[in-house]
Design a protein around this ligand. Sequence first.
Ligand SMILES: NC(=O)c1ccc[n+]([C@@H]2O[C@H](COP(=O)([O-])OP(=O)(O)OC[C@H]3O[C@@H](n4cnc5c(N)ncnc54)[C@H](OP(=O)(O)O)[C@@H]3O)[C@@H](O)[C@H]2O)c1
Length: 256
Amino acid sequence: MVFPHRKFARPVLVVTGASRGIGAATASLAASRGYAVCVNYLHAEDAAQSVVSAITAAGGEAIAVQADISVEAEVVALFSLVDNTLGPIAGLVNNAATLETQMRLDAMDSTRISRIFATNVLGSMLCAREAVRRMSTRHGGCGGSIVNISSGASRSGSPNEYLDYAASKGAIDTFTLGLAREVAEEGIRVNAVRPGFIYTEMHAKGGEPGRVDRVKSLVPMQRGGQPEEVANAILWLLSPEASFTTGAIIDVAGGR
Ligand SMILES: NC(=O)c1ccc[n+]([C@@H]2O[C@H](COP(=O)([O-])OP(=O)(O)OC[C@H]3O[C@@H](n4cnc5c(N)ncnc54)[C@H](OP(=O)(O)O)[C@@H]3O)[C@@H](O)[C@H]2O)c1
């Protein structure tokens, strides 16, 4: 991948929540396309190290960095560690997110809702802030690209399952539009990908590991998606091939 305005040999990419699922697929694909990748994770050190080992075994460059994106000091430390090891960043994939056991709103307590918003919204905004501080030409940076991972839940609202998660993804859609316009003249493109039902471990966290197979008949293509299919859209948005695309939200959801 060629970034003509960059003086460094390879672009540096931070992927949050890259120990598994869509984040891991994105980190691996990015590395195969020449990015040096920061594989961020929360708890799963072994899984993150496996992603890094597979990348380096294939001749790529990656580091695993533990940081809870909902904690400001950890986000600041994460980006500063990347500065000092991989070099100036060219991209951020705001992928890390969480959900909790399926339930109706009338059964939720406020601490749960706060936890969801702390990771999915606050965490993504803090990571984007650190990326803008580094990539914006206003701050002496060389520009770059941010891809936020939203969800089809922002359109469906996820009734009876997780309104809190769905609402947090609605916030990500709005944040994407606003930030795209805020930094459009500063060399930074900001876009989002809205995955549909994708085979990852996230559904087990919601209490239903087989959820994708239960709901796949609702999808016009009659199947769930694979993390790699989402990663392909993310990599396109990150790349110079998407040079006139900002503020876009791409549904990768089989037509749903
Ligand atoms: N799977 C789907 O059907 C689907 C559909 C629509 C949208 N999405 C979105 O796609 C993205 C990836 O989802 P996924 O299904 O791949 O999820 P996943 O398999 O549950 O993986 C989540 C990743 O996020 C990390 N993470 C969670 N909380 C974090 C925190 N506070 N700080 C840092 N890392 C944190 C996890 O780290 P550890 O492994 O260390 O815990 C893990 O690497 C999310 O934004 C999700 O909302 C998924």
